[in-house]
Design a protein around this ligand. Structure first.
Ligand SMILES: Cc1ncc(COP(=O)(O)O)c(C=O)c1O
Length: 395
C-alpha cells in the first residue's frame, strides 16, 4: 500500500480475496454471541442450508474456520490412506500446491501436465483411468477455476470421463475461485468432495472454508487411515445436527456468510453467474483491443472470475503492477511461480459491477500508456461498448 493517504477507494482487483461489500461488513460488526447458544445454532443451520443451495447439493456441507488450504487438507485426509494414488491435472500453481500437499500427507500422485494455458482435458483423464486396471487410483483431483492462469475446467466432462472408463475413483474439485461466481453442481456433476473458500465469490473476508461431501466420500472416510482430527467430517456432521460445531466456529464470519447468502439469493444465483460471464467477456475484449494476449488459449476454458494477461517478452508484469498501484491506487494480481513477472491478473469477481470494471480497465489502460509495453489504446472503450449493448439487450 502507498505510505501516504490516498483519497478515494482502493481498487482491489486481485482475483480474491475480493471486495467485501459494506452490507457484509456491517453484518459482521456485531458483538460476539455464545457459540453454544440457540441464536448461533439458528444462524449456523441457516448458513449450512444456504451453502447446500450454493453447492447445489442435498448432501453434507462442512464449514471450517480455515483458509481454502485447510479444506484441501480436509478433502484428502478424510478420504485417502497412506500410499493411495491420486490423479491430478497440473492446470497451474494451485493444482501444483494441492499435489504437493498430497505428497506431504503420504499420498502418491500422478500429475497430468499442461502448459498452464488451458483447463483439464477430460480425455487424458479417461485414457489414464482406462489403463489403471488394478484401480490403483483412488481419486481424481481437479481445480475448477485455476486462479493462477484464468482457465476453467469442465467438471461435467471430467465426471463423464470417469464414468466412461468404468473406474471407481472419487472426484474431488477445488472451487475456491469459482463457487458462487460460475455455475457449479456438486450433485448433478457427481462430485464427491468439493472444496471452497469464503474470500472470493462469497464476498467474505478470508477465514472460512468448506467441503461438500457425497455419501460415497463419507463412506470412504470410514476406511481412510490418514489421521484427521481437526478436519474430521464425522465430528462436524454429528454436531451440526443441532447447529453446533465440534470446536469454536468463526462466529462473526457466520453473520457475514448469512448476509452474503441473502445477497446472492436476492440477486438470483443465475443472474450472478451471468454478471460474472459478462464482465469476463468485456475484460477479454479490452485485452484483445489493447493487442495484448489473454493467457488462457482455449475459449471454452475462459474463467469468469479473472483474466490473466500475458505481457510480451522483455516486459515485467510486476513493474507494470507497481505503476498501476502507484498511479491509480489499484491492486492487480501477480503472476505465480513460473508465471512470475510474465502475467498480471485482473480479478472481476464477487461484489462487482459495470462501472467498477470500466474504472479497472481505465486504470490499466492509463498505466499502459506510461510504459513501453506495445499496445493500442481503446480497450476500455471496446469493453464499454460491449457492456452498453449487452445491457440494452437485457433490458
Ligand atoms: C484455486 C485455489 N485453490 C486454493 C487456494 C488456496 O486457498 P487459501 O489461500 O485460502 O488457503 C487458492 C487461493 O487463492 C485458490 O485460488
Amino acid at each position: 500500500m502507498p505510505s501516504k493517504y490516498t483519497p478515494g477507494k482502493h481498487f482491489l482487483q486481485i482475483p480474491g480475496p475480493s471486495n467485501v461489500p459494506d452490507r457484509i461488513l456491517r453484518a459482521m460488526d456485531f458483538p460476539t454471541i455464545d457459540h453454544r447458544g440457540q441464536d448461533f445454532f439458528d444462524l449456523s443451520k441457516k448458513c449450512l442450508s444456504g451453502m447446500k443451495k450454493i453447492f447445489k447439493t442435498n448432501s453434507h456441507v462442512i464449514i471450517y474456520p480455515a483458509s481454502g488450504t485447510g479444506a484441501w487438507e480436509a478433502a484428502l485426509t478424510n478420504t485417502m490412506s497412506t500410499g493411495d494414488t491420486v490423479l491430478m491435472v497440473e492446470t497451474g500453481h494451485f493444482a501444483s500446491l494441492w499435489c504437493k500437499m498430497a505428497n506431504r500427507l503420504g499420498i502418491l500422485t500422478e500429475l497430468i501436465p499442461t502448459d498452464w494455458r488451458r483447463g483439464a482435458v477430460a480425455d487424458q483423464i479417461k485414457d489414464r483411468l482406462i489403463k489403471d486396471k488394478k484401480n490403483k487410483i483412488k481419486a481424481v483431483c481437479v481445480v475448477h477455476n485455476e486462479t493462477s492462469t484464468g482457465c476453467m475446467s469442465n467438471i461435467r466432462e471430467v465426471r463423464e470421463a470417469i464414468d466412461q472408463s468404468n473406474h471407481g475413483a472419487l472426484l474431488m474439485v477445488d472451487t475456491i475461485s469459482s463457487l458462487a461466481s460460475s455455475n457449479y453442481c456438486h450433485d448433478a456433476w457427481g462430485v464427491d468432495v468439493t472444496v471452497a473458500g469464503s474470500q472470493k465469490g462469497l464476498m467474505l473476508p478470508p477465514g472460512l472454508s468448506f467441503n461438500a461431501v457425497s455419501e460415497r466420500a463419507l463412506s470412504a472416510s470410514k476406511s481412510s487411515n490418514i489421521p484427521a482430527s481437526y478436519w474430521a467430517w464425522d465430528d462436524h456432521i454429528a454436531s451440526n445436527k443441532t447447529g453446533a460445531f465440534p470446536y469454536t466456529p468463526a462466529t462473526n464470519l457466520f453473520f457475514g456468510l448469512n448476509e452474503a447468502l441473502e445477497m446472492l439469493f436476492d440477486e438470483g444465483i443465475d443472474q450472478v453467474f451471468k454478471r460474472h460471464e459478462k464482465h469476463a467477456k468485456a475484460t477479454r475484449l479490452a485485452v484483445q483491443a489493447w493487442g495484448l494476449e489473454v493467457l488462457c488459449l482455449e475459449p471454452k476454458d475462459h474463467s469468469n472470475t479473472l483474466t490473466a494477461v500475458l505481457l510480451p517478452d522483455g516486459h515485467d508484469a510486476d513493474k507494470f503492477r507497481e505503476i498501476v498501484l502507484h498511479n491509480y491506487n489499484m491492486s492487480l494480481g501477480n503472476g505465480l511461480s513460473k508465471l512470475s513477472g510474465k502475467v498480471f491478473r485482473i480479478g472481476h469477481l464477487g461484489d462487482f459491477n459495470d462501472l467498477m470494471l470500466v474504472a479497472t480497465l481505465g486504470g490499466i489502460e492509463m498505466a499502459l500508456g506510461c510504459t513501453k509495453i506495445p499496445h493500442q489504446a481503446g480497450g476500455t472503450l471496446t469493453a464499454m461498448q460491449f457492456l452498453k449493448e449487452k445491457n440494452n439487450q437485457d433490458f
